[in-house]
Design a protein around this ligand. Structure first.
Ligand SMILES: Cc1cc2nc3c(=O)[nH]c(=O)nc-3n(C[C@H](O)[C@H](O)[C@H](O)COP(=O)(O)O)c2cc1C
Length: 406
């Protein structure tokens, strides 16, 4: 029987020989251009010791300002929905099949004609420069090196043109419709001209939620940092990041409380790229979305940041999937932290998932290298889940992977 010392030695040799599963290692060394502003060098700053998405949270918290941490980590009101997002996944048990050949795993998906190496996208999150000075460029480079699609927020601190140039992976654009509809039309055209491959219209945010931690922390953007997508927009009020101020009005100058299905049809009339609706929970809305001809929907509760006590997205997904009945692809986000969560979402009807906070924590902890590591860990965990459940191909993942409810 090997001694503990021998076991440790052989583990070290195994690692040194590069025998750890492939996807945690970069696919190849980044070029100097891709390596950017020293982001790779940051990989030594603790993120190398992160082995799960949860490991990034303390690392990010230690590096980020208190206000930025509260902004990213916080959610609406009593933060019940954000907790449910996790609890929903934890409640679902899995039913493995034994003696299946899983020596070859294929986790590629085709989404809206786009081939993706794995079914995980980066959800739109605002203001990356509040988290790391390299901001959205670091995120885009990491998405590029991992083959992930990044959905860029309207409220990014880097222009859509620069972001698209920084990555060889596709970029989608998330739209907050502005009060000035002509400005909105030009913004969409600008994003499409820059090369964005799809438009995600956020429909769950006519106003912001009661984000009390964000309100208390009073986050302000670093000097000189702004919202390049909103340049030229006439805003009656200073567009500070601190959207949920306690003002006389709950309405925001950056969000359209009068957004309806009319704008969905309007956007489709000129967008020229597939339109997805982000923030659908209600099956009736999903049905309407299909009838309006949208290309896809994203089941999301905005990471619990808007309507507190709305259900967990993994609990909302089956009803939506039943209504949609395969007519258009469904994405989902909210609480995805483990490869088994991705598996569960696919089993319940999603074609792909998005992650929000986890990659922002990766960005805060170690810039580009941190975001890339978050993506690789989740991809690898998903591959592990496929192998251990006995489903080597995505198309084999269905409800049969779920342990029946008792
Ligand atoms: C810091 C932060 C900023 C966000 N900004 C946006 C945004 O600009 N537009 C949008 O549609 N959703 C935004 N979201 C919601 C995410 O797109 C996504 O729905 C959510 O983060 C998923 O939940 P998760 O954080 O548990 O993965 C944001 C979320 C966070 C945490």
């Amino acid at each position: 029987m090997p001694t503990r010392r021998e076991t440790l030695k052989s583990a070290a040799a195994f690692a040194a020989a590069g025998a750890w599963p492939l996807s945690l290692r970069p696919a190849r060394s980044p070029s100097p251009a891709e390596a950017g502003t020293g982001a790779q060098a940051e990989s030594a700053a603790g993120a190398d010791e992160a082995y799960s998405l949860f490991d990034f949270e303390p690392l990010a918290k230690a590096k980020m300002s208190h206000a930025a941490w509260e902004y990213v980590n916080g959610a609406a009101a009593d933060e019940i929905t954000v907790r449910w997002n996790r609890e929903g996944f934890n409640r679902i048990r899995l039913m493995p099949r034994a003696l299946v050949d899983v020596s070859k795993l294929d986790c590629r998906v085709n989404l809206l004609g786009q081939e993706m190496p794995f079914p995980i996208l980066l959800a739109p999150t605002a203001s990356h420069k509040a988290t790391h000075p390299d901001g959205e460029l670091a995120t885009a480079r990491a998405a590029g090196s991992c083959g992930a699609t990044m959905v860029l927020s309207t409220l990014s601190n880097t222009s859509v043109e620069e972001v698209v140039r920084a990555t060889k992976s596709p970029v989608w654009f998330q739209l907050y419709v502005q009060h000035d509809r002509e400005f909105t039309r030009e913004l969409v055209k600008r994003a499409v001209a820059a090369g964005c491959k799809a438009l995600c219209l956020t429909v769950d945010t006519p106003i912001s939620g009661a984000r009390n931690r964000e309100q208390r922390a009073k986050l302000a953007l670093p000097p000189g940092v702004g919202y390049p997508q909103l340049t030229g927009l006439k805003i009656p009020d200073d567009p500070s990041l601190h959207l949920a101020r306690l003002e006389s009005s709950i309405f925001s100058s950056l969000l359209s409380a009068d957004l309806t299905w009319k704008e969905v049809a309007w956007l489709q009339s000129f967008a020229g790229v597939p339109l997805l609706l982000k923030g659908i929970l209600n099956p009736a809305d999903a049905d309407r979305a299909v009838k309006e001809g949208v290309a896809g929907i994203i089941v999301s509760n905005h990471g619990g940041r808007n309507l507190d006590t709305a259900p967990a997205t993994i609990d909302a997904l089956p009803g939506v999937a039943e209504k949609v009945a395969g007519r258009i692809p469904i994405l989902m986000d909210g609480g995805i932290r483990r490869g088994t969560d991705v598996l569960k979402a696919l089993a319940l009807g999603a074609t792909a998932v998005q992650i929000g906070r986890p990659y922002v924590y990766g960005l805060g902890a170690a810039g580009e290298a941190g975001v890339a590591r978050v993506l690789r860990i989740l991809q690898q965990e998903f591959e592990m889940a496929m192998a251990l459940i006995g489903r080597p191909r995505i198309r084999d993942i269905d409800r049969s992977v779920l342990w029946p409810a008792t």
